[in-house]
Write a protein that binds this ligand. Structure first.
Ligand SMILES: NC(=O)c1ccc[n+]([C@@H]2O[C@H](COP(=O)([O-])OP(=O)(O)OC[C@H]3O[C@@H](n4cnc5c(N)ncnc54)[C@H](OP(=O)(O)O)[C@@H]3O)[C@@H](O)[C@H]2O)c1
Length: 325
């Protein structure tokens, strides 16, 4: 099994390591500027293991690194997994890489409503497109205030009972799941990831903006009255996604209630082996463009469908002010 992992950031390193542990030969596709650094290999902290929680890193190496589509075309891959953020899918590189990948299964992990369309437009036909949702948490350690890691590395954690779901043509989907599970990455079959993923993403994005506006703590967001605004935004975004994808999964509406979200964060905090709000701040600052793009997408689609978007628009306006001040 030959796998190309596109992007060697937080998510790419984790999926690549588990593909390799399952016996796959891994190649990274990275920007030229990262080649030398990636070739040196990585220190990882798999936080589901006690020794990593104590600060002991595992080395991840023994992969190839390429930077150009012609290098991809010169090799044969069974699966090509794209681990870049949604905004990175724009531009001519995507169709070039999809074409260079030959008949490989294209594995898409991006959460945006338009992302599947981007792959289809880039030439990844339905019959070879497998879609997944990332349920793991992965970050550059140490986070500010974390003292357990002696050296920097990528820390990651698989939440219990939450395997990453994958959907798509059965044979290709099952091959992706089998390769990842063999390497110890929790993965499961799903009927329709893009449809189901649309709703939690719609709930999450307005709340993330609320959190950013509240200084990246739930308490701060609640105190500044941003959590309530985030909840209204989440309800608007759910209606936008409902208009496009149909009925939301059971319980989606509950998540859009700030009190439920606060209770969830309160209960989850002691169960998660990392400082949750600090991770959210670091990660969603890094992928801030993606949050903005998704928010703008809900507003544009909501307006086009004649749905209310006032809270989403207020969040977008306040975010723009906060980011420029
Ligand atoms: N990390 C998590 O815990 C987590 C959890 C759930 C979901 N996700 C989602 O997973 C996606 C990736 O997140 P991440 O944390 O892995 O981000 P990341 O650490 O920034 O990794 C993405 C990598 O892809 C690279 N990239 C972008 N365009 C590329 C291109 N054309 N060719 C090659 N490489 C390219 C980026 O390079 P540059 O930095 O130079 O652009 C970056 O190194 C996001 O959609 C995120 O929301 C992440």
């Amino acid at each position: 099994m030959n796998v190309l992992v596109v992007g060697a950031g937080s998510v790419g390193q984790v999926f690549a390591r588990h593909y390799q542990r399952g016996g796959a030969a891994v190649t990274f596709f990275v920007r030229e500027k990262y080649k030398t650094e990636v070739e040196r290999g990585f220190d990882l902290y798999p936080l589901n293991e006690r020794r990593a929680r104590r600060g002991e890193a595992v080395r991840f190496y023994g992969f190839e690194v390429v930077t150009r589509p012609d290098e991809v075309a010169a090799r044969r891959f069974d699966q090509v997994m794209f681990t870049v953020a949604s905004p990175a899918l724009r531009g001519p590189w995507l169709p070039e890489l999809v074409a260079a990948a030959g008949d490989a299964t294209i594995v898409a992990l991006q959460p945006g409503l338009d992302d599947r369309g981007r792959y289809l437009e880039a030439g990844a036909a339905e019959e070879r497109l497998v879609q997944g949702l990332i349920s793991l948490i992965s970050y550059h350690a140490p986070l500010p205030g974390e003292t357990r890691f002696a050296t920097p590395g990528m820390a990651y954690w698989f939440p219990p009972l939450a395997p990453s779901p994958f959907s798509g043509p059965a044979g290709r989907r099952d091959a992706v799941i089998a390769a990842l599970r063999k390497g110890g990455l929790p993965a499961k079959k799903h009927r329709d990831v893009p449809r189901t993923a649309g709703f939690p993403t719609a709930v999450m994005m307005p709340y993330l903006v609320a959190l950013e506006l509240g200084g990246w703590t739930v308490k701060g967001a609640a105190r500044a009255d941003k959590l309530a605004l985030g909840g209204r935004g989440a309800r608007e975004a759910i209606e936008v996604v409902r208009a496009l994808l149909g009925r939301p999964p059971f319980g989606t509406g509950l998540l859009a209630r700030p009190a439920i979200l606060r209770a969830g964060v309160f209960l989850a905090r002691p169960l998660i082996p990392l400082p949750l709000e600090v991770y959210l701040q670091e990660h969603f600052t890094k992928v801030g463009d993606q949050t903005r793009e998704l928010l703008d997408g809900y507003i544009a689609k909501g307006k086009a469908a004649g749905l209310p978007t006032a809270a989403l628009e207020q969040l977008a306006a306040e975010l723009a002010t906060a980011r420029t001040s």
